[in-house]
Write a protein that binds this ligand. Structure first.
Ligand code: TRP
Ligand code: ZN
Length: 885
C-alpha cells in the first residue's frame, strides 16, 4: 500500500537507462518464515547516455536491506539513500560490481507478485514489475542480463528446485538442505525471471528441433495431478512443431519446463525456459475438464511457448509497447488454434468475444490505444485492447501483406532484433522494409483508441452495369482523444448474384476481372469503390472473416440476411448474417417489452435456424454456433441505453419460442449425438468438440420446454457421461430449471464427487453464480461460505464473484443496487491483499454509462464508496478515479 497519490507515467518521457546490467548472479536461501536473496550485479554505465556517472537508482519494494557492497567494499548508511521504492547510490567507476542482500517474506505475500507461496510451493510472478519485490534491480524491460541462479532449500519440503535456463549443478548440504544452480545464457529482462521450489512430480518427453537438437520437456505438478498433464504435453509438442513450420522459429535451450500452480493472478507466464501456469491452464483430462477447457489449455500452452520468440528473444523496450509481444503472440496462438481445430469456429468465437468485451472496454472510461501513451499502474493494461485488439491489428497486416509478405516481415523482425528490447514502430518498420510498403497511416491503429464505425451504402446502375460501394468511417472520442484521423481499414468482400453465386470482381480501371473475393483498403473518411461488368443488382458480403475490428453498418433486410446465411461462401459471414438477423429480431422484442406489449417474434428467425438445424452437411460446431443467440452482454454493448430486464426477457422469450418450434429437430439431433457420445471414447479433437457442442446446445434449448423426457435425458447425461463437457452442461441445465429436487440432488452429488478437485469445484461455483433465476445474489453469498470457497485464491474469485458480475446480468444489475454493493464490498476486501485481482473485478462497475440513470447513480455511488474506503492500491485507484472522472 502506498501513501502518496500514485503518479501518471508517460511514453513521451521514455529515456534509455543510465546503467546496464551484464550479469546477474542470484542466491536464494528459502526458509519457512523468511527468504534471503543475495544478488551480485555486474554493471556498467550505459554508453548511449554519454559521459559522467549520475546516481544509480535501483528499484526495490518491500525489501529489508541487509547489506550493500560496491566493488567488494561494504557501504554504510551514509553511502546510499533508501526509500520505500528505491536504493540510490553513487558508482565511482564506469564498470562495477554491486552486491546486495535482502530479506523478504514470500510466506505472507498474498498479492501473488514477486516471490510467493502457493500451497506448499515457492513460485514467482515478475511481470510486469514484480522483480523489484525480490531484490534491488533495474526492473525495466530494456535492461537485459544473463542470469545465474542458485536456490537453497529444505530437501524434504522442496525436493525440486528450478530456475531459468539449463541446470549446471546441484548437491546436498548439511542440515537436510540442498542446492541447485541454473544458468540462463540468453540475455533477458528481469520480468522473465522465474524460480520454483516444491514437492512436485513431472511428466517428461522430448522434442527434436528442426536442426535435430533434442530438447527435454517437463511439466511439473503436484503429485495428485500427474494424470492430467498429457493434453498440455501434446499441445506443447504441436506448438513447437507449428512454430518451426509456420514462422521458422526453433527452440533454443536444452530444456523447456512448465509448472502448474493453484494461486495465480492470470493464465500463465512465459518466463524463459520455465513457464509458470495457472493450474487451470495446464490440467485437463476428459473426466474433469470441458472441451472449452481443453482448447484453452492448448491455446495458452501455445501462447506462452510462442513468447519464446515474440517476447523473450525479442522483447519490449518499455511497458507502453506491451502489445508488441502480446498482440503478436495472441495472433500467433489464434493461427495455431485455427490450424489444430476448425478455423471458422475459432474465428467466430474470437470475434464474438472481441465485440462483446473489447468493444465495451473501448467505449468505457478505461479506453486506451493498443499502445497506450500513459498509465498509472501497468498491471491495469493487460487488457482486451492490448491483447485482442492488438492481435486484430497484426491480423490486418497479415491480410494486407498476404501470408508470404507477412512471413517476410516477421523473419526480418526476428532477425534484425534478436536479443533486443524494441518498439511497435520497429515491428512495423520490419514489415515495411520486407515488403517495400509505407505503413505510416496504418500505425494509427496503435495510437488511436476507440472502435471505428464503418457505414456502407450501395448504388447499382443497370445501364452501365456498375455497382458502387461507398464507405464512411468515423471513430468516437475516447478519454484524452477527441479528434481521430481515418484508419486504414481492410475490407474483405465478395458480391453474390440472385442465385447466391459469387461474381467475378473487376474494379473500374482494371483491365479484366480477377477473383471473386477481394480486400479493399479503405483509407479515407469517405471513399467509393466501383465494380464494373455487374449484370444484375448483387448482394454484398462485407468484412469477410471480420477483416477489421470495426462496427460495420449496412442496411441489410432480414430476407437478405437469410439469403447470406444460406449462400455466402465465407463461413464466418454466414454466421454473422445469422447473428445480425437475430439482433434485429431481438431488438423488436426488446422494444415490445419496453412498450408493455405482448411479445411476438418474427418467425423468419425460426425458419432460418430450422434450415441450419436440418443441414446435415454443415460442420456441427457451426450449427451450434449459429444456434447460439447473441449474448446479453453483446446486446448490452450495442444498446445506447441497455435495458437489463428487457434484454433478458426478450432473449429468454426467443429461446423458448425456438425450443418449442424446433423441438423435434433439436430432439432428433440431441439423441443422435448423445448415442454417439455414449459409445465413443473421449478424444480432444475438433470433430468430437463439434458433436458435443451441438448436443449440449440442443439440450439447453430442449430443457426450456420442461418436458419430462427432456428432464430424463438431462439426468441420464448428468449421471452417465464419462466426460465433464456433457456432465457440466447437464448440471447447468438442471441448475437453471424449475426442477428443485433434481437440481439439489445433482449439485450435491457433483460436489461430493469432486470436492477434492479445486478446478472442478470452480466450475460448480460458476454454474450456480451464472444462474439467472431470481435470488442470485443470495446464492452467491451462501456459496462464499462453502468450505471449497477461498477468497485468497484468484480462480475462486473469478469462478464465483467474477461469473456473477460478468455473466449474470439480470441478477447483478438488480434495480435495488444490491449486486453493485456486493461487488464493491468484495473489491474493497480484495484491495487489501491482492490489488491486481481487486482491480480486475471492478470492470463491471466501470460500465455505468451504459445503464439508465437510476442504475448509473447506484453504480457511481459504489465507485465513490470504494474511492473513499481508505488506502487504495495504485491498481484500484487508477480504475476508480478514471471511471469517475
Ligand atoms: N505475459 C503473460 C501472458 O502471457 C501475462 C501475465 C501473466 C501477467 N501473469 C501476469 C501480467 C501477472 C500481469 C501480471 O500473457
Ligand atoms: Zn502473453
Amino acid at each position: 500500500m502506498r501513501t502518496e497519490q500514485p503518479k501518471m507515467i508517460y511514453l513521451k518521457d521514455y529515456q534509455a537507462p543510465e546503467y546496464l546490467i551484464d550479469e546477474t548472479h542470484l542466491t536464494f536461501e528459502l526458509f519457512e518464515d523468511h527468504t534471503l536473496v543475495h544478488a551480485q550485479l555486474v554493471m556498467r554505465r550505459n554508453p548511449e547516455r554519454g559521459a559522467g556517472l549520475p546516481p544509480l537508482a535501483l528499484d526495490g519494494q518491500q525489501l529489508e536491506l541487509l547489506s550493500v557492497k560496491l566493488n567488494d567494499l561494504e557501504l554504510t548508511a551514509q553511502d546510499y539513500q533508501l526509500t520505500d521504492s528505491h536504493l540510490t547510490l553513487n558508482p565511482q567507476t564506469e564498470q562495477f560490481v554491486l552486491d546486495t542482500s535482502v530479506k523478504i517474506h514470500p510466506e505472507s505475500n498474498t498479492a501473488l507478485e514477486g516471490l510467493y507461496k502457493s500451497g506448499g510451493m515457492f513460485c514467482t510472478q515478475c511481470e510486469a514489475e514484480g522483480f523489484r519485490k525480490i531484490t534491488y534491480y533495474l526492473d525495466r524491460p530494456d535492461v537485459m542480463s544473463t542470469f545465474t541462479t542458485t536456490v537453497i532449500g529444505d530437501k524434504n519440503r522442496y525436493p525440486i528446485l528450478l530456475s531459468n535456463g539449463n541446470p549446471v549443478g546441484s548437491g546436498p548440504q548439511d542440515d537436510g538442505r540442498h542446492w541447485a544452480t541454473w544458468e540462463d545464457p540468453f540475455k533477458k529482462p528481469a520480468y522473465l525471471f522465474a524460480l520454483v521450489a516444491g514437492d512436485l512430480w513431472c511428466v517428461e518427453d522430448t522434442f527434436t528441433t528442426m536442426s535435430q537438437r533434442e530438447v527435454a520437456l517437463r511439466i511439473y505438478v503436484e503429485p495428485e495431478n500427474i494424470d492430467k498433464c498429457q493434453h498440455a504435453m501434446n499441445s506443447l509438442k504441436k506448438s513447437m512443431r507449428w512454430d518451426e513450420e509456420t514462422y521458422g522459429r526453433e527452440y533454443d535451450l536444452d530444456i523447456f519446463m512448465i509448472v502448474a500452480v493453484n494461486d495465480f493472478n492470470m493464465g500463465a507466464m512465459e518466463n524463459k525456459g520455465l513457464n509458470i501456469f495457472n493450474s487451470s491452464a495446464v490440467l485437463a483430462r476428459a473426466e474433469t475438464a470441458t472441451d472449452a477447457a481443453h482448447q484453452r489449455v492448448e491455446a495458452i500452452v501455445a501462447h506462452e511457448y510462442f513468447h519464446n520468440w515474440s517476447g523473450n528473444r525479442v522483447t519490449c523496450r518499455d511497458w507502453f509497447q506491451l502489445s508488441l509481444k502480446e498482440g503478436f503472440t495472441v495472433f500467433r496462438d489464434a493461427g495455431f488454434s485455427a490450424d489444430m481445430n476448425s478455423a471458422t469456429v475459432k474465428r467466430i468465437q474470437d470475434v464474438a468475444y472481441l465485440r462483446t468485451h473489447q468493444f465495451a472496454e473501448d467505449a468505457g472510461p478505461m479506453a486506451h490505444a493498443v499502445r497506450p501513451d500513459s498509465f498509472i499502474e501497468i498491471s491495469n493494461f493487460y487488457t482486451l485492447t492490448v491483447y485482442e485488439k492488438g492481435s486484430e491489428v497484426v491480423g490486418m497486416l497479415h491480410t494486407l501483406l498476404g501470408a508470404e509478405g507477412f512471413r517476410k516481415g516477421s523473419d526480418l523482425y526476428f532477425d534484425r532484433h534478436d536479443g533486443q528490447a524494441v518498439t511497435c514502430d520497429d515491428f512495423i518498420k520490419a514489415m515495411e522494409d520486407a515488403n517495400g510498403v509505407d505503413l505510416t497511416q496504418f500505425k494509427r491503429w496503435y495510437s488511436q483508441a476507440g472502435t471505428p464505425r464503418l457505414s456502407v451504402s450501395e448504388q447499382y446502375d443497370g445501364a452501365s452495369q456498375t455497382y458502387s460501394l461507398t464507405f464512411s468511417q468515423s471513430c468516437p472520442a475516447t478519454p484524452g482523444q477527441t479528434e481521430k484521423l481515418p484508419f486504414v481499414i481492410p475490407v474483405a468482400l465478395g458480391l453474390l448474384d440472385a442465385k447466391g453465386k459469387e461474381l467475378p470482381l473487376q474494379l473500374a480501371g482494371e483491365s479484366s476481372p480477377a477473383g471473386t473475393s477481394r480486400v479493399l483498403s479503405v483509407t479515407e473518411s469517405q471513399q467509393t469503390f466501383t465494380f464494373t461488368g455487374i449484370a444484375e443488382q448483387p448482394l454484398p458480403s462485407l468484412l469477410r472473416g471480420f477483416s477489421a475490428p470495426v462496427k460495420l453498418h449496412f442496411a441489410y433486410s432480414r430476407d437478405q440476411l437469410m439469403f447470406l446465411m444460406q449462400h455466402d461462401s465465407d463461413g464466418f459471414n454466414r454466421w454473422e448474417a445469422g447473428q445480425q438477423l437475430a439482433v434485429q429480431v431481438l431488438q423488436d422484442l426488446i422494444g415490445q417489452h419496453q412498450r408493455g406489449e405482448a411479445l411476438v417474434m418474427d418467425q423468419r428467425l425460426v425458419q432460418a435456424l430450422r434450415s441450419v438445424l436440418g443441414n446435415e452437411q454443415l460442420d456441427q460446431a457451426m450449427v451450434a454456433e449459429m444456434l447460439s443467440l447473441p449474448g446479453e452482454a453483446y446486446l448490452t454493448e450495442i444498446s445506447d441505453v441497455a435495458d437489463v430486464e428487457a434484454i433478458h426477457a426478450a432473449r429468454e422469450f426467443a429461446r423458448k419460442q425456438l425450443a418449442d418450434s424446433l423441438y423435434d429437430a433439436l430432439w432428433a439431433r440431441y439423441q443422435a449425438n448423445r448415442e454417439v457420445s455414449k459409445t465413443t471414447p473421449y478424444v480432444p479433437q475438433a470433430s468430437h468438440f463439434a458433436r458435443r457442442a451441438l448436443q449440449n446446445i440442443a439440450l439447453s434449448y430442449l430443457m426450456l420446454t420442461g418436458k419430462p423426457e427432456v428432464l430424463a435425458a438431462a439426468l441420464e447425461q448428468f449421471e452417465h457421461s464419462d466426460n465433464m463437457t456433457e456432465r457440466l452442461t447437464a448440471l447447468a441445465v438442471l441448475v437453471n430449471s424449475p426442477f428443485e429436487a433434481e437440481k439439489a440432488q445433482a449439485l450435491a452429488s457433483f460436489a461430493e464427487h469432486f470436492k477434492d478437485n479445486p478446478l472442478v469445484m470452480d466450475q460448480w461455483f460458476s454454474v450456480q453464480a451464472g444462474s439467472t433465476l431470481p435470488g442470485g445474489l443470495q446464492r452467491v453469498r451462501e456459496l462464499m461460505e462453502h468450505p471449497a470457497f477461498n477468497i485468497k485464491n484468484p480462480n475462486k474469485v473469478r469462478a464465483l464473484i467474477g461469473a456473477f458480475a460478468g455473466q449474470n446480468l439480470i441478477n447483478f444489475h438488480a434495480a435495488d443496487g444490491s449486486g453493485y454493493r456486493f461487488l464493491a464490498d468484495r473489491v474493497i476486501q480484495l484491495n487489501g491483499f491482492n490489488p491486481q485481482i481487486a482491480s480486475r473485478q471492478l470492470a463491471p462497475l466501470t460500465r455505468w454509462r451504459k445503464y439508465d440513470s437510476a442504475r448509473q447513480a447506484l453504480m457511481k455511488a459504489e465507485l465513490e464508496r470504494i474511492r473513499n474506503s481508505g488506502e487504495l492500491s495504485s491498481d484500484v485507484f487508477e480504475v476508480v478515479s478514471k471511471s469517475l472522472a
